[in-house]
Design a protein around this ligand. Sequence first.
Ligand code: C5P
Length: 221
Amino acid sequence: PAHRPLFGRHVLVTAGPTHEPIDPVRYIANRSSGKQGFAIAAAAAALGARVTLVAGPVTLPTPPGVDRIDVESAREMADVVKKTLPVDAAIMVAAVADWRSKDYAPEKMKKRGSAPPALLLTENPDILAQVAAGKQRPKLLVGFAAETEDVVENAKTKRKRKAADWIVANDVSGDVMGGDANAVHIVTGEGVEDLPEMPKDQVALELAERIAVALDRIDPR
Ligand code: C5P
């Protein structure tokens, strides 16, 4: 294709949920199909970027031209992301589990006995915040925010708290989860851009185009 505005850029995308094992057969996870993140990886590659996609457990094909690394847990995702740096831009779309089970049971927990077991949780690394604070911070760092209320306000707060450059907010109170359409708000330091509802592939292309423009501004060539 003639239009390759991301040529020469290395883009990291995280996508999908993470699975936090409780025992060999059980896990904690967030609800995420991985579709939006995979679409972003595909769009960035189509616009000429070298793309590393760090994917949690999903059942999606690898988009053409994308280097994919599969992980299970948040800690694995954090490790792979760290090893992939430096990159020009990172788009963190994964729905990372905030918590994991504090004590992994190496054998399947049995139902026999009286009371159900108590599940103790401990905090997972915040990958986006770690990358934002790290020495190899990408020139453009984009986070996602799935919200059910006060979508844009929460995204503005999250942008500052996580020290991301942009937060792409989507309202998940409807049937966005697992669906093929999405309506997003792009929250940057300059303001908010509301995109109408469109297919996730189209959201991905709109974002990838804006990422190319932003990189050319931050890092001209
Ligand atoms: O979970 P939360 O709404 O705070 O997630 C916002 C952003 O932070 C998303 O881009 C998500 O991929 C990222 N995140 C992360 N590591 C976590 C939690 C969230 O990278 N442990």
